[in-house]
Design a protein around this ligand. Sequence first.
Ligand code: F7E
Length: 349
Amino acid sequence: MAGTISSMTNTQVRKCALITGVNGMDGSHLADLLLEKGYEVYGLERRTSKPNRSNTAHLEAHPNFTFIIGDLGDQNSLLRALNQSEPTEVYNLAAQSFVGSSWMIPEQTGNINGLGVLRMLEAIREYQENTSENVKFYQAATSEMFGKMVENPAKETTPFYPRSPYGVAKLYGYWITKNYRESYGMFACSGILFNHESERRGIEFVTRKITDGVTKIKLGLEDHISLGNLDSYRDWGYAPDYVEGMWLMLQQDEPDDFVLATGDAYSIREFLDLAFKEIGITDWSDYVKQDPRFMRPAEVDVLRGDATKAQKILNWKPKVNLAEMVKIMVAEDLKRNTILSYQLSRSEE
Ligand code: F7E
């Protein structure tokens, strides 16, 4: 059963969050934010043969943080996680999050990103029935649901047109969340988040692949970066700003869906300009090779969002712009790769 925070008095309302996908970029930033706000936080993680806590190792010793083993593919494990944590808020951030892989594992992507949301909603429904507690639910929806972009910039009322098994599965997650809100009166919200990145981003995503690559080039560890389509445009924000938006959605009186975006779109080429500038290179053409392995069967050419509703109702605004974020990411990768370079040189001695 869930513990109590020692400093909590009888008049304070207990704040406790269960975060699925806690070891990912968003999960770890959200855990940091909620712990700062005085929450008790439980992080659901999948059992893996190798630990996957590079983003969350710093939380292991935190007195108000607990890992729970569970899986969006395993209904009973979700109910057990709810019974153990007794959360007031559940943030469903676990997913097969890499669009590119969703063509290779479409069924698994559908199972976790689509049906996984249903399993969590069902688990919450049963938990609420058993305990008479009310749980607020956040679903990580995505701008990939807009895909071909019927309207630019896209907002909450824009029709969806997903372009990948990932986007299609996330659309199911979005609709089932809305359906459970309308069918059962659950406090369930979807955040339709446009791309957001940070120094904790997985290395397979284009932004981190670039910031890691440029710093390896600077240190002489690599001589080029292999990329796919350089002409797509993305509306990139900084992940710590976006997890604050998730939290704000669950602090409202009524559940609703919100777009979070910066409103500006830049191409992969423009991202490359900014990243190479950080290491003093203005012409990067000799350092970037295009490789068909990184092209997608169907591409989302442009994504740009309109977050006016979130600005008005949640008073949410992104604080870090793209150039500032690239600076942070390059600086962090430079630190990490400098250590790697030193370790490599020692092992060769
Ligand atoms: O690709 C192009 C690629 O994989 C961005 C996820 O968080 O945001 C993310 O999905 C663009 C695409 O992110 C490479 O073709 C070129 O046009 O960084 P990405 P994504 O697919 O936009 C949405 C909102 C989510 O919900 C997702 O979970 O970059 N691109 N060359 C490349 N992309 C990758 N990964 N690798 C390349 O070498």
